[in-house]
Design a protein around this ligand. Structure first.
Ligand code: GLV
Ligand code: MN
Ligand code: MN
Length: 405
C-alpha cells in the first residue's frame, strides 16, 4: 500500500503493518490486544492532528469530536478490529475515510452548524469475545452487561478483566444512554463485501438492508478414547459426527434460497493427534432475508445435525450466542442520500454482512455507504478496493457531511 503513503488514503498506509498475521495471512487485530491498542493510539494521534478531541466511552468505543460533543451530532466511522486473517479495508476504510472527509471540510474552511464526531466501534467482528458488534450492542443496551462482562476469550480471560487491563471500569460496561443520545445521525462507510457494485459498474452505493443473522454453538459430544487401541466399529467420534453435521449445515442452507450458513470455527476437545476427541464445538453463522426464515433455517439445521451426529453415536446441543434481526435502513434517508449523491448513479444495495450501523439503526437514524470491491471477496486478504473508488467514497461522505452539517 506504499503508493498510498502520500495520498488521500495515507491513513491506510500508516497502519499497513499493524497486526499483520504471518501465519494466517492478512491481519489479525483483536480487541485490546497489541495490534488493536496500536490502532487505537494511531487513531488518537491522527484525530489529534485534526484538532479533534478524543475520548473513550464506557464500552471502549473511541469518539473524536470536531468541536463540542453532541447533542444531535452527525457521527461517522466504523471499526479497526478484524476477523482472524482479515483484509485491510473492512472497518479501517470507514475510519480513514471519516477522518479524511473531516480533514477536507476543515481545509475548505467549512464551519459545521451541528456537532460532528468520528466514531470507532470496539470488537465489531466479535473475533475475541464471540459477539459481533459488541461495542455498539453495549452502547445501545443490545446485550446485557452482566452477560457481556462474563464473556471469555480463547485464553479464558473475561471481557471484564480485559476491559480493566485496558483502563476501563468493568462495572460501567453496558447501555450508555447519554453517549447514545448525542448521535443525531450515524453514517458508516464500508468496503462492499460482495459484487453488487462490480456488477452495476458503479463505485459507490447506499445500503438498503442487512440480512437477519446470528451465531450458534453446536457442541457435539462423543466418547474420548485411544486412537490406537480403539477398534473402528463402535467408536463414538464427535469429530466425525461434527463433519456430518457441517455437511448438513451446508445442505440446509442450499435448500433455503437466499440464506447462508457457515461453520468457520471448530474447537476439538482435547485435540490430540492420537486421541479420539471427547467433544467438538462448532460455531454456526446463519443468515437469511427475514427473521422467520433465519429461525426456520436454524431449526432445520438443529434437526438435521441431531440426525447426522446420531450416525456416530453422538449427541449435539445447540446454544444461541447472538442474534440480529433484519435491518431495513430508513427508506427516506436512503432516498435523500441517493438524491444528494446523484440519484440513480448511486444504487441502493442490500448486504449479507453485519455492521455497527445496523445495530445503531434500531436506536438512531443510520445509513451506510459501500465502496466497490473488485474481488467481491471479504474477511480474507483478497479483500480490495481501488484508490479511485476509495476516493469516490470519501467524496460521497464529504458531500453528505457538508449537506448535514
Ligand atoms: C461482520 O463482518 C459480519 O457480518 O459477521
Ligand atoms: Mn467484517
Ligand atoms: Mn466491517
Amino acid at each position: 500500500m506504499s503508493e498510498l503513503a502520500h495520498g488521500t488514503l495515507a491513513g491506510l498506509a500508516e497502519i499497513d503493518d499493524t497486526g499483520r498475521d504471518a501465519r494466517r495471512g492478512g491481519y489479525s487485530r483483536h480487541l485490546w490486544q497489541n495490534a488493536d491498542l496500536e490502532l487505537r493510539a494511531w487513531f488518537a494521534e491522527r484525530a489529534g492532528r485534526l484538532g479533534l478531541g478524543v475520548e473513550t466511552d464506557r464500552n471502549g468505543n473511541l469518539w473524536a469530536w470536531w468541536g463540542e460533543p453532541g447533542p444531535d451530532a452527525v457521527v461517522t466511522g466504523s471499526h479497526l478490529d478484524s476477523v482472524p486473517g482479515g483484509g485491510a479495508y473492512d472497518g479501517p476504510l470507514g475510519v480513514v475515510s471519516a477522518l479524511e472527509a473531516v480533514a477536507r471540510l476543515q481545509a475548505s474552511g467549512f464551519t459545521p452548524s451541528r456537532p460532528c464526531a468520528v466514531l470507532v466501534f470496539a470488537e465489531e467482528e466479535g473475533s475475541r469475545f464471540g459477539i459481533a458488534c459488541l461495542g455498539s450492542r453495549l452502547l445501545t443496551g443490545g446485550i446485557d452487561a452482566d452477560r457481556a462482562r462474563a464473556l471469555v476469550d480463547a485464553d479464558g480471560i473475561t471481557l471484564a478483566d480485559s476491559a480493566r487491563r485496558a483502563g476501563l471500569e468493568p462495572a460501567h460496561l453496558g447501555a450508555d444512554p447519554n453517549a447514545l443520545a448525542r448521535i443525531g445521525l450515524f453514517i458508516e462507510l464500508h468496503v462492499e463485501q460482495g459484487r453488487g457494485l462490480v456488477d452495476l459498474g458503479r463505485p459507490v452505493a447506499v445500503a438498503s438492508s442487512i440480512l437477519a443473522h446470528g451465531r450458534w454453538r453446536l457442541t457435539v459430544t462423543g466418547q474420548g478414547n485411544h486412537a490406537g487401541a480403539t477398534p473402528m466399529p463402535g467408536r463414538r467420534d464427535p469429530l466425525v459426527a461434527a463433519a456430518r453435521a457441517i455437511v448438513a449445515v451446508q445442505d440446509a442452507a442450499l435448500n433455503h434460497p437466499g440464506s447462508r450458513a457457515t461453520v468457520g470455527r471448530l474447537e476439538v476437545v482435547p485435540g490430540g493427534t492420537n486421541v479420539i476427541a471427547s467433544s467438538v464445538h462448532a460455531w454456526l453463522d446463519a443468515r437469511a432475508p427475514s427473521d422467520s426464515e433465519t429461525r426456520a433455517l436454524v431449526a432445520g439445521i438443529e434437526e438435521a445435525a441431531i440426525a447426522a451426529v446420531a450416525v456416530n453415536g453422538c449427541s449435539v446441543a445447540v446454544t444461541e450466542e447472538s442474534w440480529t434481526g433484519t435491518v431495513t435502513f430508513d427508506p427516506d434517508l436512503v432516498g435523500r442520500f441517493r438524491a444528494v449523491l446523484g440519484g440513480s448513479r448511486v444504487p441502493a444495495l442490500p448486504t449479507g454482512a453485519g455492521h455497527d450501523a445496523g445495530v445503531l439503526a434500531a436506536s438512531v437514524p443510520s445509513a451506510m455507504l459501500f465502496v466497490r470491491n473488485p474481488t467481491g471477496v471479504s474477511h480474507s486478504p483478497e479483500e480490495f478496493a481501488e484508490v479511485a473508488d476509495c476516493v469516490a467514497g470519501i467524496d460521497a461522505l464529504e458531500t453528505l457531511l457538508r449537506s448535514l452539517l
